[in-house]
Design a binder for this molecule. Structure first.
Ligand code: NAD
Length: 232
């Protein structure tokens, strides 16, 4: 469908739909997490300061769910392309670490990771792959550790944004997979890639608000779309 040798720098831009086939629910739409849980209670700094146990328990649930899931064939295809084209970058809005679990290396996590915890007092970040109870999420300084993810109302990490901008501004193929592209600044990335001259592809079973700007739209799931694009 495309000839990979025609392209030198690929950006894979992934959202919650990329992980849906692994069994991780999307946040919006049918079965979306925010239909069941209100982010104001579970996913913002204000809620964490009000009652860390509620927020940490919610994230323990997310971690336990993610641990039950595995990368799917689509993650493996991206990993294989990354091996073939080491200058590829994966820019993900997902916090589940699924690309890394498929052994992808060059992954920019715009919204942080469920698998890192952070002490705000000591300004330290820890890898943490264990599941546990909220009670185990204490720093040695005595303060609560919070997940190192971007909650509602949080600022994104400046360094990650700079790297994402740099990857997009120099890519010649931009493949958006499973994102509704409603969350900023990620929502601006497809337009940015297009304006910089990249060939832009959208893999998503449904139309999105940005569908109109893509050069090629593949209306199927992440794994089938990637299979069609690279292995047929
Ligand atoms: P979103 O929930 O707004 O949109 C998901 C998109 O995926 C939709 O357009 C939907 O049509 C599409 N989709 C559904 N199933 C698909 C499939 N099998 N294959 C391909 N596409 C499919 O997700 P978003 O745009 O990523 O924005 C949500 C925000 O929530 C992000 O900021 C992200 O950080 C966060 N989030 C992360 C996870 C995760 O880590 N897995 C899960 C949910 C939400």
């Amino acid at each position: 469908m495309i000839t990979i040798s025609d392209y030198h720098k690929i950006v894979f831009f992934t959202g919650a739909g990329m992980s849906a086939e692994s069994g991780i629910p999307t946040y919006r739409g049918t079965g979306g997490i925010w239909n069941e849980y209100k982010w104001e209670k579970y996913a913002c700094q204000e809620a964490f300061l009000r009652d860390p146990s509620i927020v940490l328990n919610f994230h323990e649930l997310r971690r336990n769910e993610a641990l039950k899931c595995k990368p799917h064939a689509g993650h493996e295809i991206i990993k294989a392309i990354e091996e073939e084209k080491p200058s590829s970058t994966i820019i993900t809005q997902n916090i589940d670490g699924m690309h890394q679990r498929a052994n992808s290396v060059n992954v920019l996590e715009l919204h942080g990771s469920l698998w890192r915890m952070r002490c705000e007092t000591e300004k330290k970040v820890f890898d943490d792959f264990q599941s546990g109870t909220y009670k185990s999420r204490k720093c040695t300084c005595g303060g609560w550790l919070r997940p190192d993810i971007i909650w509602f109302d949080d600022m994104l990490d400046e360094n990650t944004i700079l790297k994402a901008n740099s990857a997009i501004s120099t890519c010649d193929l931009f493949i958006s997979i499973g994102t509704s592209a409603l969350v900023w600044p990620a929502a601006g990335y497809p337009r940015f890639a297009k304006d910089r001259g990249a060939f832009c592809i959208e893999i998503n079973p449904e139309d999105t608000e940005l569908s109109i700007l893509y050069d090629l739209k593949i209306r199927t799931t992440a794994s089938l779309g990637l299979e069609k694009l690279f292995n047929s």
